[in-house]
Design a protein around this ligand. Structure first.
Ligand code: X2X
Length: 337
């Protein structure tokens, strides 16, 4: 390149807006490049609101904190992502309470069958003393839990062969559940035949009939297109499930206080919006899934609860979680065991 040409090119580069040249808008390289991984398709509100938070953090930190999102199990299934966030391979992850419970057992407490009757109870517990109790336990595992939990939803049961109207219909049903001791225990107590699989494998397991059934909140059934491989959707509302936004503990401590405050504000506020998104979606989602061919039915919650009680499910999990955590749960749910 002649001097003349090089000078011309350099002048052109200096004059051109950065975006035309593919140069990052922020003059300095980020001080912190973090990775955030999750298990959901990009259309799910968890990813939509996370992207907004990540954009905000980059903007308001003047590019100092740059977070890249890896959605949809791109970095592996939940078990992989959980070990990566613990060893620092990734800095952020949103495990469901059921999944983080494989490392922090008390975190599954919000998923005790039929504990919460509605969202008022859910947020009273999770934004209150029960949530604080779980966050502390997460902290002891050298992870940092952001204050606001994100919504996954009340879990519903889908099947390929028959609708579930009462507990008896689950008898012997091969049902996929998350990698979660509580889910296995609960569906065994209901006489089903549960198998733990990573979420990344659910669609194909249903398609190839390795299992006949699965259970997830409606927004996930929609986003992951599970209606393509399931026929019936029974509104069992058996578990309320949420996502903990967690960070690797050392990554959190590495951030200066102003960036800690910024990402706390950004992720907690985004989480509140994500809760609202699901609330709005829940008003129309059944109609949408019906139009895609899924057949809905309601169920009798008392038949499930009675079966769980008879099988000793509540007393077993009260012992496992301990009196303190159980007391915090029952302060909201009313007596369970
Ligand atoms: O794996 C599931 O079923 C999911 C997506 O709901 C969780 O993250 C627990």
């Amino acid at each position: 390149m002649s001097t003349m040409t090089r000078r011309t090119v350099l002048r052109a580069m200096a004059a051109a807006p950065a975006m035309y040249l593919g140069i990052p808008k922020f003059a300095h390289a980020a001080e912190f490049n973090f990775k955030y991984a999750n298990n959901l398709p990009i259309t799910h509100p968890l990813n939509v609101r996370s992207q907004e938070a990540v954009d905000r953090i980059k903007r308001e930190s003047n590019g100092r904190l740059d977070i890249t999102i890896f959605p949809n199990n791109q970095l592996g299934g939940d078990t992989d992502m959980l070990s990566q966030v613990r060893n620092g391979g990734i800095e952020l992850f949103t495990p469901s309470a059921l999944v983080i419970a494989t490392v922090v057992p008390v975190a599954a407490i919000n998923a005790v069958g039929f504990a919460f009757a509605n969202y008022d109870q859910v947020w009273q517990a999770m934004d209150g003393p029960l949530g604080a109790h779980v966050r502390e336990a997460i902290g002891r595992a050298n992870l940092y839990a952001f204050e606001k939990m994100w919504d996954n939803g009340f879990r519903q049961t889908t099947t390929s062969n028959r609708p579930v109207t009462s507990a008896a219909d689950l008898d012997g049903t091969k049902i996929r559940v998350p990698v979660s001791p509580l889910s296995i225990s609960m569906f065994k107590a209901l006489s089903a035949s549960p198998a733990s699989l990573q979420f990344s494998e659910v669609y194909s397991a249903l398609q190839t009939r390795i299992v006949d059934a699965q259970e997830n909140p409606l927004p996930i059934i929609q986003a992951a297109k599970l209606y393509e491989v399931q026929k019936f959707c029974s509104l069992t509302n058996h578990i309320w499930d949420g996502y903990w936004f967690i960070a690797n503990g050392r990554a959190f401590k590495r951030l200066p206080p102003d960036l800690q405050r910024l990402w706390e504000t950004a992720f907690n506020e985004a989480g509140m919006k994500q809760r609202d998104d699901l609330k709005t979606m829940n008003q129309s989602i059944q109609a949408d899934l019906e139009s895609k061919g899924l057949k809905f039915n309601t169920t009798r919650p008392d038949s499930f609860q009675t079966a769980l009680r008879k099988a000793g499910f509540y007393t077993e999990w009260k012992t496992k979680f301990g009196d303190q955590a159980w007391g915090l749960l029952e302060a909201v749910s009313g007596k369970l065991a």
